[in-house]
Design a binder for this molecule. Sequence first.
Ligand SMILES: Cc1cc2nc3c(=O)[nH]c(=O)nc-3n(C[C@H](O)[C@H](O)[C@H](O)COP(=O)(O)OP(=O)(O)OC[C@H]3O[C@@H](n4cnc5c(N)ncnc54)[C@H](O)[C@@H]3O)c2cc1C
Length: 491
Amino acid sequence: MKEIPEALVAADVESWSDEFDVVVVGFGIAGGCAAVSAAAGGARVLVLEKAAAAGGTTAMAGGHFYLGGGTAVQEATGHPDTAEEMYKYLVEVSREPDLEKIRAYCDDSVEHFNWLEALGFQFERSFYPGKVVVPPGTEGLSYTGNEKVWPFTEKAKPAPRGHSVPVPGELGGAAMVIDLLLKRAEELGVTIRYEVGATNLIVDGGAVVGVKWKHFGETGCVKAKSVIITAGGFAMNPEMVAEYTPALGRKRRTKHHGEVEPYILGNPNDDGLGIRMGVSAGGVANGMDQLFITAAAYPPEILLTGVIVNNQGQRFVAEDSYHSRTSAFVLRQPDQQAYLIVDEAHMEMPAMPLIQFIDGYETIAEAEEALGIPAGNLAATLQRYNENAAKGEDPDFHKQPEYIAAQDTGPYAAFDLSLGIAMYSGFTMGGLTVSLDGEVLRADGSVIAGLYAAGACASNIAQDGEGYASGVQLGEGSYFGRRAGTHAAAR
Ligand SMILES: Cc1cc2nc3c(=O)[nH]c(=O)nc-3n(C[C@H](O)[C@H](O)[C@H](O)COP(=O)(O)OP(=O)(O)OC[C@H]3O[C@@H](n4cnc5c(N)ncnc54)[C@H](O)[C@@H]3O)c2cc1C
């Protein structure tokens, strides 16, 4: 990792600008929850926020929170769930499941749901049944992961756990929760300084005892018993993206505008400085090469009755997977190329096509030639798929029956899912290794006294795009942010 900021030595600090019990770096979902929890625990809390307003990437988010185990919305809409089934599911989808964290997250999920609502809002007691990226209305519950996708259907009883804030539409819903956290922070006497960025940690022996800050041309050092880093991920740092998650930096070739920049999701302060500051004090980063990157093939969900094949004409994923799972599999295919093929009877043009419509072909042989698939391969794949579909089966990828339908009525439409062609967007998943209570850990597993991290700059439950469910980042950022704040206040 390059450009690690220097960790300053406390003895070299000539004067301290302030002294607080807890300093929180960044007011997004994790920082907001950490700050109010620390203050509720009796600590004097200062938040340094680099931007002119709170919110960060959280304020751009749609507003799914992954919660379960029998929340009031699940109960009201007739979707029974238990902490045990939620635990089994999250363990199954995680690449390196941290059993202790997943157990706590699931066991506490109903309490956490209640805590979020006690900020001053209600998740609507309603269910959206369709398969979409974000429910179009204000429905409070939907499936946002792979719960109904094989093999997870065999590992845990499916339940919808994507809880959406009551704001319609794609983006910005979670800003509502930031406003409520700001209100709570004010009631609890939290001090917030805007346009003040943390630049360096200050250490004394092995412990973190403060933070250096910058406000335009002015700098200073604030003393603290604990520092909680909640400064977001590194998607906006091109050097770090090139080093760890190059797929996120890959330009896209378009029909009319030549090569265009990839669509990276985040706020400009997602520059990885929080992670790098943690490393400067002895912390280690985990899962830095993992990312959420996606170009959803749905809605409309009828397209998922088709087949997704690589450039050899072979299927490689259950087409009804959560979109970032499908995308993770696309990235592992030869040349990171893939195509969705549907016949005329199942073709519907997406209202917002993220995957690129290529063309329609009278015959499969024409499609193979146009797409550069070896002659006969796609035909063989479709023949097998259609034979099984006639029996309502998909023995190869176990697609759910509602998405199985023979594709045998030409002409055939082809969509391009290839990286560099389809409209992929994404953000980074790696972050500082932390304990259950957000304490930043060294490589040997020991705790760095006085240093915590939560949210997108920490590595907890959201680990990769393959296992991701929408809502896990806001869910875990708020939950582990709370834990870090409470633990720091108790020091
Ligand atoms: C379009 C979009 C939609 C999404 N939808 C969802 C969703 O529905 N559900 C879900 O779970 N996840 C979603 N995500 C992901 C989720 O929004 C983020 O993972 C999450 O908000 C990160 O929260 P955070 O508190 O860690 O960071 P942020 O919300 O980014 O907060 C970090 C804060 O730290 C500040 N900061 C940075 N550096 C410094 C510094 N040096 N000093 C002081 N302050 C600093 C930043 O300005 C920022 O305010 C979405 C993401 C995007 C982009």
